[in-house]
Write a protein that binds this ligand. Structure first.
Ligand SMILES: *[C@@H]1O[C@H](CO)[C@@H](O)[C@H](O)[C@H]1NC(C)=O
Ligand SMILES: *[C@@H]1O[C@H](CO)[C@@H](O)[C@H](O)[C@H]1NC(C)=O
Ligand SMILES: *[C@@H]1O[C@H](CO)[C@@H](O)[C@H](O)[C@H]1NC(C)=O
Ligand SMILES: *[C@@H]1O[C@H](CO)[C@@H](O)[C@H](O)[C@H]1NC(C)=O
Ligand SMILES: *[C@@H]1O[C@H](CO)[C@@H](O)[C@H](O)[C@H]1NC(C)=O
Ligand SMILES: *[C@@H]1O[C@H](CO)[C@@H](O)[C@H](O)[C@H]1NC(C)=O
Length: 435
């Protein structure tokens, strides 16, 4: 609509109305970094040039093509002028950032296609990030304190080279800073696949991170954990991820060749996060809430309305995994749908409880495999939790409550009635004959 106005008038209108987000910059494969960058005809050549130059409230449009860069975001927005948004300009032809020629490591010593350190109000969307290989690398990495960082609609794959001790991660965020949190971090509608996080995780959060949102992502074909919310580790000064939403994600084919215990979604010492409406399947473990660091506590987690099926071992697991770890308290596992987990037929159970107390498991729909093991609770660590109102579907035509197996500490209870009698739990449970 401004096309007939002189340039000066255009700029004046922007200043007078303080229109947020309406300054535009352009990057194309035919641009030049000595250009002004302010129109498609005067576009820059590199994304890095834009990442050094864009101003608060602006949008950087990146044209289709392959960019062999490792981009460090050196600019940021603010709450008054708004975000700096970096976006692919053609939605069905995303710009590709390829790591095929990547050499330059980021300030923290890792190799990354996009690196954001101590920045606020930055939004990265509509890019494909691929082909990075290093023992310690990420498609996108967010480091240090800051606020309002958004990663949206990113397709990230073939981040490789994790080996046995490294991590080739799709997206990593961590913050070691005690005084400034990393808050309002959003990862939404991203597809992450075929990376080698090895000893790390595919989409991972650690340290002082608050109020994060992880929604509508698809994560598959990873050689370790899918999504991880961590806390208590010394490399992040013992700080923990707290308060957030992990919803609507689909995570599958998550398998660790090292120990076959990779969860699709894992909480390791984080607190106050709601994990809901996710679908997780065909992985080593479905959803696990634990705390690996000794003495550390994962608390106030809500895990509800997730669909968890055909995982190799447990569907839901919670608790520090042995007496040498931390513990899980005050958490709720409610209204989840568990179907035919424990696919390796090793009698794990749909729900497995290790070291944790004061947690509530209720209203879950549990359809076990033919072994009919629905619950396994550790004798030393797990008996002090509440189980009630769950709905069980014993396996097989004409199967009844007596076929269900509950491992209550060292006692195997054959049937719901036996379990109720032994444990005084599940007094309102229902059994539905699947026919
Ligand atoms: C990515 O790597 C594959 C396998 O090496 C190669 O065939 C492809 O051309 C690469 N693409 C880009 C954009 O780097
Ligand atoms: C999510 O990302 C896909 C591309 O993977 C895109 O087509 C779709 O429009 C995005 N959805 C939203 C709500 O942005
Ligand atoms: C817990 O999380 C909720 C929702 O994210 C938030 O409103 C609340 O303030 C958090 N509580 C604490 C103590 O951080
Ligand atoms: C989850 O998906 C549902 C259905 O598509 C949608 O209505 C809801 O807004 C989504 N939730 C979030 C937090 O994106
Ligand atoms: C526990 O979770 C509830 C519900 O999300 C929230 O309102 C409350 O602030 C949380 N408390 C703590 C201590 O995190
Ligand atoms: C269950 O998962 C395994 C791999 O984890 C897969 O091979 C198998 O096809 C899956 N079965 C179903 C019914 O999805």
């Amino acid at each position: 609509m401004f096309i007939h106005l002189p340039f000066v008038t255009f700029v004046s209108i922007l200043l007078w109305t303080e229109t947020v987000g309406s300054i535009s910059y352009y990057v194309t494969k035919s641009g030049k970094d000595s250009n002004a960058g302010t129109s498609a005809a005067t576009a820059w050549l590199t994304i890095q040039k834009a990442a050094n130059s864009a101003t608060a409230g602006s949008t950087v449009y990146v044209g289709p093509g392959i960019y062999y860069e490792t981009v460090t975001i050196n600019v940021q927005g603010n709450s008054k002028d708004g975000y700096i948004t970096f976006t692919g300009s053609v939605l069905n032809n995303l710009p590709v950032i390829s790591g095929k020629q990547a050499k330059t490591v980021s300030a923290d010593g890792t190799l990354n296609l996009i690196y954001i350190q101590q920045k606020s109000y930055v939004r990265i969307m509509n890019f494909e990030l691929m082909n990075l290989t290093s023992s310690d690398c990420a498609g996108a990495r967010v480091v240090g304190g800051g606020t309002n960082i958004e990663l949206r609609n990113l397709l990230i794959h073939d981040i490789r080279g994790g080996g046995e001790s490294g991590g080739a991660i799709a997206i990593s965020a961590y913050n070691k800073d005690k005084t400034t949190s990393l808050s309002q971090l959003i990862v939404d509608n991203c597809t992450l696949h075929d990376c080698e996080p090895a000893w790390s995780e595919a989409l991972t959060f650690s340290g002082n991170i608050k109020n994060l949102q992880v929604t509508n992502n698809r994560i598959y074909n990873m050689n370790n954990i899918g999504i991880d919310f961590a806390g208590g580790w010394s490399w992040v000064n013992g700080l923990s991820v707290t308060s957030g939403l992990c919803a609507n994600n689909t995570v599958w084919n998550i398998h660790s060749p090292v120990d076959s215990s990779a969860a699709a979604i894992y909480v390791d010492g984080a607190s106050n996060i709601t994990i809901e409406f996710n679908e997780v399947y065909n992985s080593d473990v479905g959803i696990e809430v634990g705390a690996e660091v000794k003495g550390h506590i994962a608390s106030n987690m809500t895990v509800r309305q997730n669909y968890i099926h055909n995982n190799t071992y447990q569907g839901i697991g919670f608790g520090g995994y042995d007496a040498q770890r931390g513990t899980v308290i005050n958490s709720l596992f409610e209204n989840n749908r568990l179907e035919k987990n424990s696919a390796a037929l090793q009698y794990d159970g749909e729900i497995v409880v290790a070291y944790g107390s004061g947690n509530t498991v209720r209203g879950n729909t549990v359809k076990p495999n033919k072994q009919n093991v629905v619950l396994s609770v550790d004798q030393k660590g797990g008996l002090n939790n509440i189980f009630d109102y769950d709905i069980y579907y014993p396996y097989g035509t004409g199967a009844t409550q007596s076929q269900l197996i509950f491992n209550w500490g060292n006692t195997e209870c054959d049937g719901l009635s036996a379990f109720q009698k032994k444990s005084k739990q599940e007094t309102h449970a229902q059994v539905v004959n699947s026919g």
